[in-house]
Design a protein around this ligand. Structure first.
Ligand code: FE2
Length: 247
């Protein structure tokens, strides 16, 4: 763990060679896995944070060109905005539902409409599917498609560490992710139930604190999601009743 000029710690080594680089708001956290074969970044953060990301990588002993693979947890530009800076040396990978939107620069679903999130063209080299397995030597990552927050969300599971990189799908404390323009609550509930079948010791989210109680937090998220689902049903029933009511 190291400090910066302001004495604030901006990254932490979670496991040997696995780092969390804290988000500079409104960007996401970035995770680095220094593999014996390949170096991987999970998410890039916002485009304007690239200079500081580069600086923190340098403090860890890496240059941007030492990154071999950049995996994007989903298409939102607070996670994917700086990915283009790595495209000359690294393979950029995302779920196919996210890759399509990123490549088309679909402003509505990638949230590029926010001025400071606007990232321009990003080419996704590798379109991922649920069940893909990535071997970087000392660590492996299983790709799990977890639609809900958006249709292109993935989580990455490292089985030897029982660690889950959860993007915006699950947060510490069970805080419910918002349901983005391409997401839906039913898929979200299914994704949480699916994740809860895994043995997870630590959960590394895209924002906020690390969770050391993943099962408890996922159950909370599921409860919140179910109550939101029920509220939505009531809302639509009320709207339908209003439509049918005589003037
Ligand atoms: Fe997101």
């Amino acid at each position: 763990m190291q400090g910066t000029n302001s004495e604030r710690k901006h990254f932490i080594e979670l496991r040997p060679g696995i780092y969390q680089i804290y988000n500079i708001k409104p960007g996401s956290h970035v995770y680095l896995l220094k593999g014996t074969d390949k170096n991987v970044l999970i998410d890039s953060g916002i485009v304007s944070n690239y200079p500081v990301l580069k600086e923190y990588l340098s403090q860890i002993g890496l240059r941007p060109e030492d990154i071999n693979l950049m995996i994007l947890t989903h298409e939102h530009m607070d996670h994917a905005g700086a990915a283009g800076f790595f495209s000359k040396s690294a393979i950029i990978a995302a779920h196919r539902n996210a890759a399509n939107k990123i490549e088309l620069q679909d402003e509505f679903v990638t949230l590029q409409g926010v001025q400071e999130w606007r990232a321009g063209s990003i080419k996704v080299d590798l379109w991922l599917e649920d069940g893909n397995y990535i071997d970087i030597g000392n660590y492996q990552l299983l790709v799990i498609h977890t639609p809900g927050h958006s249709s292109g969300c993935i989580c990455l599971y490292e089985p030897s560490q029982r660690a889950l990189f959860s993007g915006d799908t699950v947060f510490s404390g069970g805080t419910l992710s918002n349901i983005g323009p391409s997401g839906n609550i039913s898929d979200y509930m299914h994704s949480i139930r699916h994740l809860n079948t895994l043995r997870i010791d630590e959960l590394y989210p895209g924002h906020g604190k690390i969770s050391k109680e993943p099962e408890k937090d996922m159950n909370k998220a599921l409860q919140y999601a179910m109550s939101l689902f029920e509220d939505s049903k009531l809302l639509f029933q009320a709207l339908a009743a209003r439509k049918q009511a005589p003037p």
